[in-house]
Write a protein of this length. Structure first.
Length: 198
């Protein structure tokens, strides 16, 4: 799969490119996530599935427009009640770019990449009306739970392979290995000083 995928703009705005996330995206990605979800985003339930872990191999993407990081999506390895799956999130797009179709392009790109890599299912916690257009529903997530409080109707799943979530029951738990930690204080400082740098 190519590293760079041009995305046709839905408006007269300049197009963006979706590419594999790079180490140099870290500061811009963290600043974007803070802007979209607040600096207390680390307290969210799904963060417990991601904290201290690296995203699934080859499944972290950045959207870049005019040399600036404007969107991000990552997928993480989990066990969904004993069934191998991915958790998607967070998906974030810079506020000034939200009408350009970048979020949908990131979603489609990430789901296609996950399927190509042989993954069978993706789970997320999100707004059903938005994610239904990508095929997500609560049909097979009713017996699953998360390590923390969550709204049941927001726990959604998508089978990339038919039957991949059959029998999924119980707690969704991380299975990825711990990420290599870089100096956290320096990373926090970089987040504040280089917002959205690509």
């Amino acid at each position: 799969m190519p590293d760079l995928i041009p995305v046709a703009p839905l408006t007269d705005a300049a197009p963006c490119t979706i590419r594999a996330e790079r180490a140099s995206d870290a500061a811009g990605r963290e600043a974007l996530l803070d802007a979209c979800f607040g600096e207390d985003r680390d307290a969210r339930t799904c963060q417990r599935l991601r904290a201290g872990r690296a995203p699934a191999e080859g499944l972290a993407f950045s959207a870049v427009r005019q040399g600036r990081l404007v969107g991000t999506v990552r997928l993480w390895l989990v066990s969904a009640g004993g069934v191998a799956a991915l958790v998607l999130g967070p998906l974030a797009v810079k506020a000034s770019c939200r009408e350009l179709g970048i979020g949908a392009a990131l979603m489609n790109h990430a789901l296609t990449a996950a399927k190509r890599r042989g993954h069978g299912a993706v789970i997320l916690l999100g707004d059903a009306p938005y994610y239904a257009r990508f095929g997500f529903s609560a049909l097979k997530t009713g017996e699953l739970s998360l390590p923390g409080t969550f709204e049941r109707d927001r726990l959604l799943g998508l089978e990339l392979r038919e039957g991949a979530l059959d029998g999924a029951w119980g707690m969704i738990m991380p299975t990825a290995t711990a990420a290599r930690q870089n100096k956290p204080r320096l990373a926090a400082r970089l987040r504040k000083s280089a917002p959205y740098a690509a």
